[in-house]
Design a protein around this ligand. Structure first.
Ligand SMILES: [Fe+2]
Length: 261
């Protein structure tokens, strides 16, 4: 199983936080969930003041109100994943299901993780979904061997906000398969062959029975936090129901788990 999960006491979180960091480095777990056993007043401030126990955050936040998709960097650590019907075309604010992807797809220096901390998430749906890169490769060996072959041999450029990252979508050269993928951040000048492969993979991820059967869905409650090894997992989100702004609200940041300066 790729899931590591622990309860923590917000008044005394160190045992659980320390265990997480040690499991991050010393196990093959890839998704880490901290379940709060009591309320937290201000979730963002709480995790801000506990980064020292988890790792080093990296200021890569974006804000949809700042401009078009290529000009949304704020230089801040935290960004909102918050239902807001004013921005139906931005996954961070919509209630749509979000297709599987990695967060660092177009950022060469992206740290080893994303962390999300939950303010509220009561409505139906809205689970964060995961499939490990190794499981995905195993599924593809059976269901789509030629596509696997193409994705593991072809460099696929991603770009956005002035950054570009060129990796194989699936790098099979180590025991832990490395994945780098976000359909919506693919470079605009892909060759026709790259475009064909990218479209086929996007389609595969949404229709494959093996992907669906092996996708883990994690529902967060207030005070819970989740982090994952971004290069070893695809993640996404189930759609959810909401009628009021901010009905689902998570704080999100990029972070190097287990790196302490
Ligand atoms: Fe994401």
């Amino acid at each position: 199983m790729m899931l590591w999960e622990a309860r923590y006491d917000p008044a005394s979180p160190m045992p659980a936080f320390t265990e997480l960091v040690s499991a991050w480095a010393g196990s093959d777990k890839r998704v880490f969930v901290l379940r709060a056993n009591g309320p937290i007043g201000n979730v963002r401030e709480y995790f801000d003041s506990h980064f020292f126990a988890l790792g080093t955050p990296v200021p890569l936040a974006e804000d949809v109100t700042m401009g078009d998709r290529d000009n949304q960097r704020t230089e801040e650590v935290w960004m909102e994943v918050r239902y807001d019907p004013k921005h139906p075309d931005a996954y961070r604010h919509s209630l749509n299901a979000q297709p599987l992807h990695t967060d660092g797809s177009y950022i060469p220096e992206f740290p080893n993780a994303t962390l999300m901390a939950c303010v509220t998430n009561a409505g139906e749906g809205g689970e964060t979904t995961f499939i490990s890169s190794n499981t995905l490769a195993d599924v593809m060996r059976i269901e789509a061997p030629e596509l696997l072959d193409a994705l593991s041999n072809m460099d696929m450029p991603h770009s956005r906000s002035g950054d570009e990252r060129i990796e194989k979508v699936l790098d099979m050269s180590a025991d832990a398969v490395l994945v780098n993928w976000n359909y919506y951040c693919l470079a605009k000048d892909l060759s026709p062959e790259m475009r064909r492969i990218a479209e086929a993979f996007f389609d595969f991820l949404q229709k494959s029975p093996g992907v669906s059967a092996n996708t883990l869905a994690v529902k967060l409650s207030p005070g819970d936090a989740i982090t994952w090894k971004d290069r070893q997992i695809l993640h996404g989100r189930n759609g959810f129901k909401a009628t009021k702004e901010s009905e689902r609200f998570l704080w999100k940041c990029a972070i190097d788990i287990g790196r302490f300066n």
